[in-house]
Design a protein around this ligand. Sequence first.
Ligand SMILES: *Cc1c(COP(=O)(O)O)cnc(C)c1O
Length: 414
Amino acid sequence: MIRANDNYSKLKASYLFSDIAKRVDEYQLKNPEAHIIRLGIGDVTRALVPSVIKGFHEGVDEMANDATFRGYGPEQGYAFLREKIAKNDFQNRGADISADEIFVSDGAKCDTGNFQELFATDIKVAIPDPVYPAYLDTNVMAGRTGECEDGRYDRIIYMDCLKENNFLPGLPDEKVDLIYLCFPNNPTGSTATKEELKVWVDYAKENKALILFDAAYESFIRDEELPKTIYEIEGAREVAVEFRSFSKTAGFTGTRCGFTVVPKDCMIFNSKGDKISLHAMWNRRHTTKFNGVSYPVQKAAEAVYSQEGKAQIKEQVAYYLNNADIIRETVESLGFDYIGGKNSPYIWVDGKGRDSWDFFDLLLTKSSVVCTPGAGFGRCGKQYIRISAFNSLENVTKAMDRLKEALTWRSHVK
Ligand SMILES: *Cc1c(COP(=O)(O)O)cnc(C)c1O
């Protein structure tokens, strides 16, 4: 009898985006003339920049000619791309990472989800709340949790991110083995300083733990003092893996390319307590289960690091950050508390005790603006909404004008 992985039945059905779509559709049906502006989904809206398109085209043209055609490439990615990543994203920032520690992939969602395969099922896992759902769900699928009650899985150590701790998780009370961190954060947009990350690196070293650091939004960091990679922190090479993506940095959400950094100094332990190279394990996993990112896509990613590419990408990120500024100013002028939007495309707005779905409905019905209810990211998001800066300047400006009109002088704004 072919039996199912019972752990899948523990997963909470995520109705977040379908619930949002349903409410939006119903509203549109009742208000056919309403122009709905979507500031909900975490997807980019602007076209790939010209230098990326040029690299992409060159890659395609090479595939059209026997002399330059490429078949299977190295599973870990072409050296031309790995070297540029190591130099530009790490070495130039004083982070000691070499090209052979970079594993190119089809995106950070797969990597953040797949990486947990390398660890035993009975380790203790610490996950922030609110959180990007892939970290949690993949651990559920792997059998690292008990059942879900009251929105929380047994055996997961949740790290609450609240206003009281400035949305930065504190060290857990009990000893943990695996820690997920994401800065700049999705959904809250919060960031962590070098000193704040150092606390985690020191904790991991002391406890023989490992940090899985998601830096998908590093290109949105404007503050020069903030670290863009965890490897700017002393000792991180021994205890941290970093996930990166071209998705938000360069608009690759539909093109698909990212990478994972696994330093050779990272050691994990077998049941006898012997050290095992994490780099060797991930290399084995990657070469067994993955056959590389398509050549034209890697050429497109390489172009991100050309001189023109860098300038064009910077301009594109600045465009979204300008939207974020407009959203922040509006939210602030309306008297709401918020975090994010300074070094992140997301603004996490406190609904002043309002349930996040009620807040969502209020924005939809009063201003035809769609946001994301915080409850979809975890229990700690229940009284927040996430507003995204991924849209056109015109739409963001219009949406914020409508919010100002709808929410000013109204009694429901306490
Ligand atoms: C968007 C995002 C990613 C990137 O996902 P891709 O699969 O590379 O598109 C990773 N982590 C977080 C937190 C994200 O929001």
